[in-house]
Design a binder for this molecule. Structure first.
Ligand code: SF4
Length: 552
């Protein structure tokens, strides 16, 4: 073959690897608008502007970077304007989707409230939030219809009872989940509440940790009664054969559109070291977390790239300056523990778990709850990560009267499987990202199933989500529902759900823990949802041996 006369192409210069915006590798210049907002001014500073300026000058005067960025660090999101259908969510500009009111998230770390705190939230709801109050699946309470003008007074009242909205949202350490029965459970060996308290005291509102790549979710519990595998960091109680009781460390979990279960680092952490280890993991996230793309900015992506061994090595060498103790895995129960019903405390009294429907409450109901609890000798209420609540410290002879009192205000301690197992995110009523309505549909679904399948006696979880973001944990429910637009029988685009079946957390299904199968083509319109779920349940009841096929 004749030699080619074509001149040889210059060798392509090796392409420089694109950085992920990791601070530890020298990328300090903001790579996207969110990073710019955080660099220009620490979002924690916005509270002073709200109190001193915006509360007096009103909604229209708020700097857009504060409004849609920094306000979140104080628990404030703009609320969706009423009447905008889900089809327009993706096409409208943020300012076209929002009205002049806010959602306010009150962080209730560990879900623990005394009655003075509960009454304060109830009063704020009644006076400033049109009586709205939702219990979230992260043990927060969300209020709606909040005006910026009222924030100074709201904070004054919350501060007075030791509650806060600091870092309730935003790229920072969010609420720390904790067992709703910490300190009272019969089978709890160590109450980790002091570690949660220390973390809040030392690190929440600390500017060193207020600019993370994205949100950072934590869970600390002896019992397996929080969804520990879907947090950025979790500590779970474990007995070490040599060192005794302590905590097993998990990192890198999270759902949203790229779900990933947390992984064990294989270490045993004593109670008193939890805050330092927590700080080390947050430090890794701050310094090495990806900041270029928002959808790759959670800790789970870093863990996926590094692997567990490297993550542990960096934590030990660069952040703790010591080796951690190897530890065994914890024992996991068969099913999640939701604490509904009457249970003995270790001091001989009882706690009573009761269910609102899909977490929907109100200031009136919370005030009623405070009244009923007090009348039965309790000063302590706890919220659960399943949108439920508990009244602690009830004497044996007061239990039945308490249950009746709770029922009168719409809280059911002897709840049906449907009411116990159904959760719903905020949805289109208030959320700017929503495509479908969730809360009202959840209530309607529970009512229909309670009426039609009264005797259904199996634990079941049904999670309704208004969009793919999975705030109510689409992928880890027996029946996970992801809001989207679907075609109805007449070829019209209507609100509906993509169905995921058979999801579970490790606690529920042992080694087969995992995400629900998104079955291609398995969709239902919102209108047909109750009938659809009913058919699934009837099939299951007809042949329990096919349960695995039904929900797995
Ligand atoms: Fe909003 Fe979507 Fe989260 Fe529901 S899942 S609260 S609709 S972002």
């Amino acid at each position: 073959m004749a030699p080619s006369s074509t001149p040889a192409r210059p060798t392509a210069r090796p392409r420089k690897a694109r950085g992920e915006g990791q601070w530890a590798l020298g990328h300090r210049e903001p790579l996207n608008p969110n990073e710019r907002i955080k660099k220009d001014d620490n979002p924690l500073n916005v509270r002073a502007r709200i109190e001193n300026i915006y509360a007096h000058t009103g909604f229209a005067s708020i700097d857009p970077q504060d409004l849609r960025g920094r306000f979140r660090w104080w628990g404030l999101y703009t609320q969706r304007k009423a009447g905008i259908d889900g089809g327009r969510t993706a096409v409208l500009e943020p300012h076209e989707l929002e009205d002049e009111y806010f959602m306010l998230r009150v962080r209730i770390d560990g879900g623990a409230l005394n009655l003075a705190q509960l009454r304060t939230v109830a009063q704020i709801s009644q006076e400033f939030a049109r009586d709205s109050a939702d219990i979230t699946d992260r043990q927060n309470i969300q209020l709606h219809w909040i005006r910026v003008e009222d924030m100074p007074e709201i904070w004054r009242r919350l501060d007075a009872v030791g509650l806060q909205t600091t870092e309730a949202c935003g790229d920072c350490p969010r609420i720390v989940l904790g067992s709703p029965v910490a300190g009272v459970a019969v089978d709890e060996v160590i109450d980790p509440t002091p570690a949660i308290d220390q973390i809040i005291e030392r690190f929440i509102g600390d500017p060193r940790y207020s600019n993370l790549p994205r949100k950072f979710k934590s869970s600390i519990s002896w019992l397996v009664d929080t969804p520990y595998e879907i947090n950025d960091i979790s500590f779970l109680g474990v007995e070490h054969p040599v060192h005794g009781p302590g905590f097993d460390l998990w990192v890198g979990g999270g759902l949203s559109t790229n779900p990933r279960l947390a992984e064990r680092l294989g270490v045993w952490v004593p109670l008193e070291e939890i805050p330092d280890v927590w700080e080390g993991v947050v430090g890794i996230f701050r310094d090495y977390g990806y900041r270029r793309l928002r959808n790759r900015a959670r800790l789970k992506f870093l863990l996926a790239d590094w692997g567990v061994a490297k993550f542990r090595e960096i934590l030990e060498k660069e952040y703790l300056n010591r080796a951690l103790v190897d530890g065994p895995p914890p024992e996991l129960p068969e099913r999640p523990i939701d604490h509904i019903g009457v249970h003995k405390q270790r001091d001989g009294r009882n706690y009573v778990g009761a269910a609102p429907v899909v977490g929907r409450s109100s200031g009136t109901q919370l005030a009623g709850l405070a009244h009923v609890a007090e009348a039965h000798g309790s000063d302590r209420v706890r919220l659960t990560p399943y949108q439920k609540l508990l009244v602690l410290d009830v004497a044996d002879d007061r239990v039945e009267s308490l249950i009746a009192g709770l029922r009168e205000i719409g809280l059911e301690a002897r709840a049906s499987a449907w009411r116990r197992g159904t959760m719903a995110c905020t949805g289109i009523e208030y959320c700017k990202l929503a495509i479908v309505e969730t809360k009202a549909r959840g209530e309607e679904l529970v009512a229909r199933l309670e009426e039609r399948l009264k005797d259904f006696d199996t634990d079941i979880s049904i999670h309704l989500n208004g969009c793919p973001n999975a705030c109510a944990r689409t992928q880890v429910a027996d029946i996970g529902l992801k809001g989207q637009l679907v075609m109805n029988a007449h070829g019209e685009q209507v609100e509906g759900f993509q169905v995921h079946l058979g999801g579970a957390l490790g606690m529920a299904k042992g080694d087969s823990a995992g995400f629900g199968r998104k079955v291609r083509g398995l969709k239902t319109t919102a209108e047909e949802l109750p009938g659809y779920v009913e058919r699934l349940a009837v099939n299951y009841l007809a042949d329990r041996s096919s349960a695995e096929e039904t929900f797995a």
